[in-house]
Design a protein around this ligand. Structure first.
Ligand code: F0G
Length: 351
């Protein structure tokens, strides 16, 4: 570990340092880190009560750019720098873009991102622009964007940092190590949203490397559920823009993860997602983005199926997508003039 890292103590150990013996990096390799990983696993009393199981939430929004992507990106960018790359690129529904942009800024290399026009949440766009990435707004969806960047990187020396990149999967598998450690091997079921299917692939790899065998329940939004339907979806639609994906690149790996773990990949409606999104915020105090709530929505819809210890991955934080929150909360704002009586009525009067 670097001297700077050592001074801060183990909770602050960068992901590659913490799990180096299980990752494809040598001690002398450069590490591009924002001190990602080691995220909280928080008990969820309300969900536990509702479901009759011990339910935990893995808060991946606690990563530096606010999503689980940072686990994969520290590895993808460290490998890119080690291998002499000067530029990275990705297609993204927003979080991969924000993470790639941040780690590229840290590494001092160029980053370009291709995002579907009008379909990326504002917080993610703000991050990506602030980190100085070149943002290309595509008149098309995520699947088209990914197809185009794959073609581009075939003929130009730019490193692709989508989850086709093996380093992304390697980095993201560490979340499984952390959960297994925190629950001392007691996890019986993991619920996770599925979009491009890199993350469910990563978790399964992580658990398999440990010889742990929780069941994996993956959840897709009904309007963007190719893995459930068994064929690509040409025009995916869902309020959860992060998982608005019709042709996941890790299709086979995700299906293997579901089958080998004796789990499943199932669909939930946008209404289920919004209900879980509001419940998490209002009752558990956890504000995640809509795609993240898909894990809890699926658990509530289908139940824990006999599992006694369950973890739901909250993949990204709520602040990523303020528009959806403002449009879907149960609260209201009370207008008030600056006078004592009016304030009294506003604070203490009938709601
Ligand atoms: N949750 C969030 C918040 C995401 O941003 C994503 C994917 C997923 C879940 C699904 O993970 O793709 O590994 O199955 N976001 C990608 C992006 C596609 O471009 O940010 P997956």
């Amino acid at each position: 570990m670097s001297a700077e890292g050592a001074a801060l103590g183990s909770r602050h150990t960068p992901l590659i340092e913490r799990f180096r013996e299980r990752l494809p990096f040598a001690p002398e390799d450069p590490v591009v880190t924002l001190q990602e990983g080691s995220t909280p696993l928080v008990h969820a009393p309300v969900l536990s009560q509702m479901l009759g199981a011990r339910v935990y939430l893995k808060l991946e929004g606690a990563n530096p750019t606010g999503s689980f992507k940072d686990r994969g990106m520290t590895c993808a960018l460290s490998a890119a720098v080690r291998d002499g790359a000067k530029a990275v690129i990705c297609a993204s529904t927003g979080n991969t873009a924000a993470s790639a942009a941040a780690y590229a800024a840290r590494a001092g290399i160029t980053c370009a991102v291709i995002v579907p026009e009008g379909r990326i949440a504002q917080g993610k766009m703000a991050q990506t622009l602030m980190h100085g990435a070149r943002v290309i707004s595509l008149q098309g969806n995520f699947d088209q964007a990914l197809e185009l960047v794959r073609e581009l990187t075939d003929s130009h020396p730019i490193v692709l940092v989508n989850s086709v990149n093996e380093y992304r999967i390697e980095g993201q598998k560490t979340a499984a190590f952390e959960i297994d450690e925190d629950l001392q091997g007691e996890l019986e079921l993991l619920c996770i949203p599925v979009g491009n299917a890199g993350n469910i692939t990563s978790y399964w790899r992580g658990f398999a490397e440990l010889g742990a065998a929780p069941r994996l329940f993956g959840f897709q939004a009904e309007g963007a559920a190719p893995l459930v339907l068994g064929h690509p979806v040409t025009h995916p639609e869902t309020i959860a823009t992060a998982i608005r994906i019709g042709n996941p690149v890790r299709w086979e790996d995700a299906m293997s993860a579901a089958v080998e773990s004796r789990g499943s990949i199932r669909a939930i409606s946008d209404q289920d997602i919004l209900d879980a999104y509001r419940l998490l915020a209002a009752r558990e105090g956890m504000f995640c983005e809509p795609a993240s709530a898909a894990s809890v929505a699926g658990l509530l819809r289908y139940g824990p199926d006999g599992a006694r210890v369950v973890a739901c991955v909250l993949t990204g934080r709520g602040l990523k997508d303020p528009e959806t929150a403002i449009a879907n909360h149960d609260g209201h704002i009370i207008q008030c003039v600056a006078e004592r009586a009016a304030i009294e009525e506003a604070v203490l009067g009938e709601p």
